[in-house]
Design a protein around this ligand. Structure first.
Ligand SMILES: N[C@@H](CCC(=O)N[C@@H](CS)C(=O)NCC(=O)O)C(=O)O
Length: 200
């Protein structure tokens, strides 16, 4: 049995969305986390070593990091075609987007939050918003999804950032239409109904 340790309206919300897309059987355990505004706190019931969300447990085995959880789940439930499997020509682009989101997009986003976009050392290593935006726009120009014709877990991963904070994705109609396309997915509506409110 899969158990997702989930904090409402956090990075685990996109894993709820993915589980709904996959129509996977799972149990949702709502946990508390420390929030940026100082509310919340570490939850002893959370198996994540850093007390973060998401954390997934499958038959006793712990998986953390959103990219790893996406890959784990789409490999476990390949029938839906939401994560290209080994041998599929989209496997390489799929792995690239998973790693690029974790290793570059999220870093650049936090460089921006922290006012570090002009830091020379960070720019040399990760580049900046222009490069990230260009990569996303190039993929969506072919579209309608980041991998082309097929919706995949990378759309839930990266698209959810744009749904949460529109300015974190490139400006313009291409991305507006992309986010509207994602927002219309029935699995997202089911996930939103399960997401829950941030505890006060
Ligand atoms: N790299 C991790 C980041 C997870 C993460 O930072 N989650 C936030 C919620 S959006 C969290 O749990 N924060 C609580 C804390 O930092 O203690 C992933 O992608 O899964």
């Amino acid at each position: 049995m899969l158990t997702l340790y989930h904090a409402p309206q956090s990075r685990s919300s996109r894993i709820v969305w993915l589980l709904e897309e996959l129509e996977a059987p799972y149990e949702l355990k709502t946990i508390n986390i420390s929030r940026m505004d100082g509310s919340g706190g570490a939850d002893p019931a959370n198996p994540h070593p850093d007390k973060k969300a998401p954390a997934l447990v499958d038959d006793g085995a712990l998986v953390t990091e959103s990219a790893a959880i996406c890959l784990y789940l789409t490999d476990k439930f390949p029938a839906k075609g939401i994560g290209p499997v080994v041998g599929d020509k989209l496997r390489g682009p799929y792995l690239t987007w998973l790693a690029y989101n974790a290793g570059v997009i999220e870093v650049v986003m936090h460089m921006e939050f922290g006012g570090l976009l002009e830091n020379d050392m960070l720019r040399r290593t990760f580049r900046g918003r222009d490069e990230v935006d260009a990569r996303i726009l190039a993929a969506l120009a072919a579209g309608p999804y980041l991998l082309g014709e097929r919706f995949s877990a990378v759309d839930a991963l990266i698209g959810s950032t744009g749904m949460w904070m529109r300015q974190m994705m490139p400006k313009g109609k291409v991305v507006d239409d992309y986010l509207a396309r994602l927002a219309a997915r029935p699995a997202l509506a089911r996930a939103n109904a399960k997401d829950g409110a941030i505890p006060k």
